[in-house]
Ligand binder design. Structure first.
Ligand code: ARG
Length: 456
């Protein structure tokens, strides 16, 4: 980048030049950089720092480069170090002299911070849209299987019957919080650093609020040193991405387990399953395993970013260049994982007979029998003890809980009546959980409707 080296008497060593260049990662930032420069040029014109005719040339030139970028014709050259100098060079080729005024009252330090903020904002929009699409898909599958009952689990042991839809909606809630996290991160991302210069601000009469407004950033930096060194928004994006990846991984793991022969709750179509090079019968749900695996690489990007930041002394440091790859990689990986999850779930069948059979294990209704006794006035702890004894008796005598006679039951508690046998019904068990947020059909139907209203 000889253009900036007039004070130097030697060329930059070739290996060093390649090493310090950020053009590879900057490919992702070209459009953001051009948007930022267009806003900056408009501000320079507005503030009388460039003439209207220079502004016109700069604007037309930048717009031409934007077109070239969109059609893949604008290639970054490592010799120009980064996207910023590549744009300036190309602009000079197109419009000549006027290009030399674009960088007035600006440094690459505030410029790159702005580019990254614009890029993160765009990625937040992409991720939030995909999160919504995934939620919609989950609600759709929940509605299609609204009467399906399955075992709810704690410790991966059968606990109490729940609606299959209720289980899917639990993931919808987690993805809702993820969306909120991205939207809250967006508030702190939409703060324009432009006008901070290299770190001190400028003696020229700039108007940072004007640029911020053009870029639809509601806020402007308060401190020029902070403006060029703050990458908190990247950390927040990566944390939100990591937690979303965690939820995706939990969803993937859950579906993988449910699709095993041992559970047999769901099946995936051939369009999303792979097979073995050795065992021709194998049908593996590899895409979900990779979604689960990708969480690791997204966490890695968060850690990489935090470690890059932690040792930095106050001010702009070139290490900050390394804050770009984590967000570029993680956002792409996350978007891919979300898309894959949507496709896989679209190719999923629920085997209601299997989930019902598993949910109909009479021991899963033990808590319903406890609550039956509580309704008759038995203190909860006593009722719990009574059921423990009934279960022990049934197990020791090799009798299913539901096959004990009323007479046998009465030996443990006189409060048991004929109507107790109606409790061995998984669907009824789920339906009776009418308490706030419980798994009753009424609650789940309301929840599905409310999610649909919010998502559409
Ligand atoms: N290429 C750098 C980056 O991507 C911006 C350039 C700032 N360079 C400098 N020497 N101040 O972060």
């Amino acid at each position: 980048m000889d253009v900036l080296r007039k004070a130097f008497s030697q060329q930059l060593d070739q290996k060093i030049s390649d090493f310090v260049s950020s053009v590879h990662d900057d490919e992702a930032l070209i459009e953001a950089d051009l948007k930022g420069s267009l806003a900056h040029a408009a501000m320079l014109n507005q503030c009388g720092l460039i003439s209207p005719s220079d502004y016109k040339q700069i604007k037309d030139g930048l717009e031409q480069i934007l077109q070239e970028a969109k059609s893949g014709k604008f290639k970054l050259k490592a010799v120009h170090e980064d996207v910023h100098m590549n744009v300036e060079k190309r602009l000079q080729e197109i419009i000549g002299e006027a290009a030399l005024r674009l960088h007035t009252a600006r440094s690459r330090n505030d410029q790159v911070a702005l580019d990254l903020r614009i890029y993160v904002m765009e990625r937040i929009e992409v991720v939030v849209a995909l999160l919504k699409a995934l939620q919609l898909k989950l609600v759709e599958v929940a509605q299609k299987n609204s009467t399906t009952v399955m075992p709810g689990y704690t410790h991966v042991q059968r606990a109490q019957p729940i609606l299959f839809a209720h289980a899917l909606l639990a993931f919808v809630e987690a993805f809702q919080r993820d969306q909120q996290r991205f939207e809250e991160a967006a508030v702190r991302t939409k703060v324009s650093p432009l006008g901070a210069g290299a770190q001190a601000g400028t003696s020229l009469p700039v108007d940072p609020k004007f640029t911020a407004k053009l870029l639809e950033f509601p806020e402007v930096f308060a401190n020029s040193v902070d403006a060029v060194s703050d990458r908190d928004f990247v950390a927040e994006f990566l944390f939100a991405a990591s937690l979303t990846a965690t939820h995706l991984s939990q969803l993937a793991e859950t579906l993988i387990i449910w699709s095993t022969k041992e559970f047999g709750f769901i099946e995936f179509s051939d369009a999303v399953t792979t097979t073995s090079s050795l065992m021709p019968q194998k049908k593996n749900i590899d895409p979900l395993e990779i979604v689960r695996g990708k969480a690791g690489s997204i966490y890695g990007e968060l850690i990489a970013l935090l470690v890059t930041l932690k040792g930095l002394p106050l001010g702009y440091n070139r290490d900050l260049q390394e804050t770009k790859p984590p967000v570029i990689h993680a956002s792409q990986t996350l978007a891919d994982s979300l898309e894959v999850a949507i496709i896989v779930i679209s190719n999923m069948d629920v085997i209601a007979a299997k989930t019902l059979e598993a949910a109909s294990d009479p021991e899963m209704m033990s808590t319903d029998l406890v609550e039956y006794l509580v309704r008759q006035g038995v203190p909860f702890r006593k009722a719990h003890d009574t059921l423990s004894e009934v279960i022990k008796y049934s197990r020791e005598n090799g009798k299913k809980l539901s096959t004990l006679s009323l007479e046998e039951m009465k030996r443990f508690a006189p409060e048991f009546k004929e109507d107790v046998f109606a409790l061995y019904d998984a669907k009824k068990s789920a339906d009776e959980k009418i308490s706030h947020g419980g798994t009753s059909s009424a609650n789940v139907t309301k929840a599905m409707e409310s999610h649909l209203r919010n998502l559409k």
